[in-house]
Design a protein around this ligand. Structure first.
Ligand code: ZN
Length: 235
């Protein structure tokens, strides 16, 4: 069952989707030279980092950040979530544009962070971790955000088997999300993830981090209505 997960639905025009986010700020450039959009919305003290599109082929995550964007940000509505929210809707524009897990250097960005167990995989592999830890501009942007913004909670959207993957002391957040969406809560995604954000920030730095695995294959139009309550419970 778990191995038979449907592939993600593609956005018909990913360039147009990305362009919607250009009303945010440009915080960096991807390996392929595409802008990485982000913006901080402050309506309280809780510093929350909200990221989508680390893996560009997991389009459910971008459907969710896009839904949030459309409801709260487009048209100059500032999300009054009571938090100090840093929103990065698509960390890997290269991957999103190509509907690929990898950035423009063929790197899996969720294997590129300098965790203690960082492991070099070869180019061409699904989990290619890059020539060195932190080699990729997307990872460097994320590191800068961790060091300067200092999030107290991180929510990163992916898609796979539906679950709230808890990294570090994030159980309280997972329970809040599960009160809105009946997904499994687990600390163990089922395989090692050296170089991942969850390992780097959650386990090694004890920043509560949820890797939100949205059900893969969910029709894009259904994603935001499905996850909205869970997102708003913690953002
Ligand atoms: Zn992923």
């Amino acid at each position: 069952m778990a191995d038979e997960l449907k592939t993600s639905e593609r956005f018909p025009d990913p360039a147009k989707t990305i362009a919607q986010f250009s009303v945010l700020e440009t915080w960096g450039k991807s390996a392929g030279g595409n802008p990485i959009y982000a913006k901080r919305f402050t309506s309280g003290d809780r510093r929350v980092l909200f990221i989508g599109g680390v893996h560009g082929n997991e389009t459910e995550g971008v459907a969710a950040t896009l839904g949030f964007f459309n409801e709260f940000i487009a048209g100059d509505k500032i999300p009054a979530t009571g938090s100090d929210l840093l929103f990065i809707p698509v960390l890997s524009p290269d991957g999103f544009l190509a509907c690929s897990r990898h950035n423009g250097n063929a790197v899996d960005l969720n294997r590129n962070m300098a965790t203690k167990d960082w492991k070099k995989n070869e180019r061409g592999e699904k989990y290619y971790s890059g020539p060195a830890a932190n080699s990729e501009p997307e990872t460097q942007l994320l590191l800068r955000v961790l060091e300067e913004f200092k999030p107290g909670f991180i929510l990163s959207l992916h898609s796979w088997k539906p679950m709230f993957n808890v990294n570090g002391p994030a159980h309280v957040y997972a329970e809040k999300m599960r009160s809105q969406l009946a997904y499994e809560i687990t600390e163990d995604i089922g395989y090692p993830t050296p170089g991942s954000l969850g390992t780097y920030a959650g386990w090694e730095r004890q920043i509560p981090t949820i890797t939100f695995e949205i059900e893969r294959g969910l029709p894009l139009a259904e994603v935001y209505p499905t996850v909205r309550g869970a997102l708003l419970a913690v953002l």
